[in-house]
Design a binder for this molecule. Sequence first.
Ligand SMILES: *Cc1c(COP(=O)(O)O)cnc(C)c1O
Length: 445
Amino acid sequence: MIYENKSVWSDVKSRKPTLWLNPDRLADEEDVTNSLAPHELGVGRARDRFQYFEPLLAALFPELSGSGGVIDSPLLDADPIAEALGLQPEQGRLLVKADHELPVVGSIKARGGAHAVLEFAEGVALAEGVLNGSDWSDLDLDEAKAVFGRYSVCVGSTGNLGLSVGTFAARLGFSATVHMSAAAKLWKKKLLRQRGAKVVEHACDHEGALAAGRESARADARAYFIDDENSVSLLAGYATAGRRLRDQLSRAHIPVDKEHPLFVYIPCGVGGAPAGIALGLHQEFGKAVHCFFVQPVETPCFLIQMLSEKGCHPSVYDFGLSGKTEADGLAVPRASLLAFEVARPLIGGILTAEDQTFFQHLALAHDVQNLKLEPSAASGFSGPLALLAEGAEYLERWGVRSHMANATHVVWTTGGSMVPESEHERFLQEGRRVGSGVKTVRATD
Ligand SMILES: *Cc1c(COP(=O)(O)O)cnc(C)c1O
């Protein structure tokens, strides 16, 4: 072991917020390449696919006409939040990658979900002869929709993935079915139905909803099930964010290299979205980017996976945790093994925090910078302070401790802009009730 990893297991079991540093992060580029080689992930192809679908997306979604069909979010300067959190200038600057504002679905799931649906549509269009060759400008949309209508796309989801897949699939003309767990919010179900998707409710957790979706698709040769736990297509879609962030940073003249390290904090459920993003960022920045995943103390499934023996696939229930969190997108009992394999050699570590802290940061981000987040999306704000307080060994090991004044911390805010006002108001009140709204409540030993 490289790190004195405290007693992370005991922190996990006692629900104590903790920072775990990854001893398996690979330093050598060739080792990383070898480690990822078994997974044919196709990030470049996903980028191309998004690009040739741009005119179609712009035509299908009024929300995308302004961007010419590009699905991306702004990169925001977050000085006011940094100040409110107590991040000092000599500890680096704070930016927000505002995926809570991603168009059409208001969450990070727009990246993965859209890509998985587009890839399937492409396969169908080619197989059915609606598309000849690869010139998408020739596509007759009405004809394509009529053909897509004979196929169905399904997904099992706690909410946001369903919202994304259901929306993109239904708009392209597919019959779209979303299997949702009991915890899924009513407004998401309503919105999906309005958008033409079928919603099937299940009185169980994320895994149960997923299993039900998988099963119903199996019986139907024209059905495509988008598997949140095991989809290369989702992961590749998320990974395309790497190039987008690189372009935004370079337009802002923010360098990223060994002397200017980039730290990225990404909320983690099954791990597909953060692993995809970690992969995409690695392809752009190599070792200069340090990704940290963030999980609730009640559902640290990815952390448990990283701590477990090879071949194990534990759930948070195995350790007496409830699996319950107000952070919808993170309410997942078990990690995706695909995401685990991809993330293991890449990430710097994982931190956990309490729901109360998410609410507090949600309110803070709203009050000082007018961001509209859901609890999951606010979890990344725990990252910079945790790393600075407990990660000295990591910063030393990777040779960046003396470069922190040049560091950039990017908090990835993963969802929230579509949350109904009344619900968001409740989140804000909870956040203001929990704390003064300015100081973080990270437990100190
Ligand atoms: C899904 C989701 C995540 C995490 O993505 P995973 O692929 O499940 O790890 C984070 N935040 C929000 C808002 C989400 O919807």
